[in-house]
Design a binder for this molecule. Structure first.
Ligand SMILES: [Zn+2]
Length: 284
């Protein structure tokens, strides 16, 4: 979902809502006009009308007023609801599939943000009886939905389904720290740990530790090694020229005395212990 912030300065009271308990759905009422044109109208009219969001015919989402702030859209519900205006191709007010898809996504996003669910979705019609959004108001009330509110009910159930799906998928992601060259390069993974400390220990130069959302949380870039750094030598590593190292070397912590290219000289209190390849050094 891509939200474009194009904040308006007119018809914007700059009042933060103290509570947000509803999401109010509207339709523009002006067939075949774009989200941006309607946003610009909000920014120029003298009629005290605006909206938090407008969704266009291509599914584009424009945020006119941050959703924490009051917009002048849903009358007495302005102080408790985020408002969403929808563009529509014709006078039936029915939404095309792109606008509809973005509306579901935006409602899911707002439900999660404000801890709401599909039962907190309202129509302008529910607040004032206005035929808005026309596609979600029953025919016998002047809208173009059927008299059983099938389209409106379907919309709420679509939001509910999307909320449930995203809840399941986020909880089923195993919370592991994965070590990769880059997040998208899953094949480069050299380990996955539930403990960040263990992941850091296993992370070698050129690799990055990512959390389960793909956010880099730790890296051991080769360039980051500096003279004076405290380091350990990877268990089993050879010295720089390929010779064996005494087993105690893997247990001690050393100081980097000198770095030249990939050759790192380590020691204790200024006394050289060994020269090893940078890739065998673990920063501690
Ligand atoms: Zn409305």
């Amino acid at each position: 979902m891509n939200i474009k912030n194009m904040y308006i300065t007119k018809n914007r009271p700059y009042t933060k809502r103290t509570k947000t308990t509803k999401i109010a759905v509207h339709y523009i009422g002006n067939p075949n006009t774009s989200a941006e044109a309607n946003r610009n109208y909000f920014n120029h009219n003298d009629n005290d009308v605006s909206s938090n969001y407008i969704i266009g015919l291509n599914g584009e989402i424009i945020c006119c007023i941050p959703d924490e702030e009051v917009a002048w859209c849903t009358c007495q519900a302005n102080s408790c609801s985020v408002s969403i205006e929808n563009c529509h191709p014709d006078s039936t007010g029915k939404l095309n599939s792109k606008t509809y898809g973005s509306l579901v996504e935006l409602c899911v996003y707002l439900c999660k943000k404000y801890k709401l669910n599909e039962n907190d979705l309202i129509r302008h019609y529910d607040v004032t009886g206005k035929v808005c959004p026309k596609g979600f108001v029953p025919k016998n009330k002047g809208g173009s939905d059927d008299n059983n509110n099938t389209t409106w009910k379907k919309f709420k159930s679509d939001v509910k389904a999307a909320l449930n799906t995203s809840a399941v998928s986020s909880s089923s992601v195993k919370k592991l720290y994965r070590i990769r060259k880059s997040w998208s390069d899953a094949k480069s993974q050299i380990g996955a740990y539930s403990s960040l400390d263990n992941a850091k220990k296993a992370c070698t130069a050129g690799y990055i530790v990512y959390d389960w959302n793909g956010k880099p949380v730790y890296s051991k870039s080769a360039a980051a090694l500096n003279k004076g750094d405290k380091v350990k030598v990877k268990t089993g590593a050879k010295d720089y020229s390929g010779g064996g190292l005494a087993s105690f070397v893997y247990k001690n912590t050393y100081t980097v005395l000198e770095i030249s290219g990939n050759r790192v000289v380590i020691g204790i209190n200024g006394a050289v212990t060994a020269a090893v390849h940078k890739s065998n050094i673990i920063k501690v």
